[in-house]
Write a protein that binds this ligand. Structure first.
Ligand code: HEC
Length: 133
């Protein structure tokens, strides 16, 4: 009997930090044809150095946000402080679908040299969300 009560509670704990905006974003990626999302694939995209530059230098999401999402980042060019990406540290993260899409567009172009696919964006959102666990 006890186990039956515990399971829904555990499920609640795991999904507690998923914001309505990030859920809406994931739904829209699925409608655009994306399949299952995977936080490990998101982590790889986040940390991957991308040879997008003619001079051979590489760019990655960590250039500005760092690889520890619970810590603040620093803009590579302007030196501007960037609040941590972990939504449990910075509650405004992944809370506004328009903001998510605006920055995905800008940052994917800068980092990967192209826009991210819906599949990649879903992996990345899951990875950012799972910083909570
Ligand atoms: C050149 C610096 C830079 C790089 C590289 C960069 N970002 Fe960002 N990113 C920013 C800035 C600046 C903001 C907006 C300021 C803020 O929200 O603190 C931002 C905001 C975001 C947001 C909005 C989060 C929210 O809801 O508040 C997401 C998502 C994001 N970045 C993802 C990425 C991903 C994924 C990559 C790699 C593909 C990446 N960023 C690479 C500078 C960068």
């Amino acid at each position: 009997m006890k186990k039956l009560i515990l399971i829904p509670l555990l499920l609640l704990a795991v999904t507690a930090h998923a914001s309505p905006a990030s859920d809406a974003a994931l739904d829209s990626y699925r409608k655009q044809g994306a399949e299952a999302f995977d936080a490990a694939a998101g982590k790889q995209l986040w940390n991957r150095p991308n040879p997008t530059q003619e001079d051979g230098s590489k760019r990655s999401c960590t250039d500005c946000h760092g690889s520890n999402l619970s810590l603040p980042g620093k803009h590579l060019r302007t030196g501007k402080h960037i609040e941590p990406m972990n939504p449990s540290v910075t509650p405004s993260r992944l809370a506004d679908e328009k903001k998510i899409e605006k920055w995905f567009k800008r940052n994917c172009k800068w980092t990967f040299g192209r826009e991210c696919t819906p599949q990649e964006k879903g992996h990345l959102i899951l990875f950012i969300q799972q910083q909570n666990s």
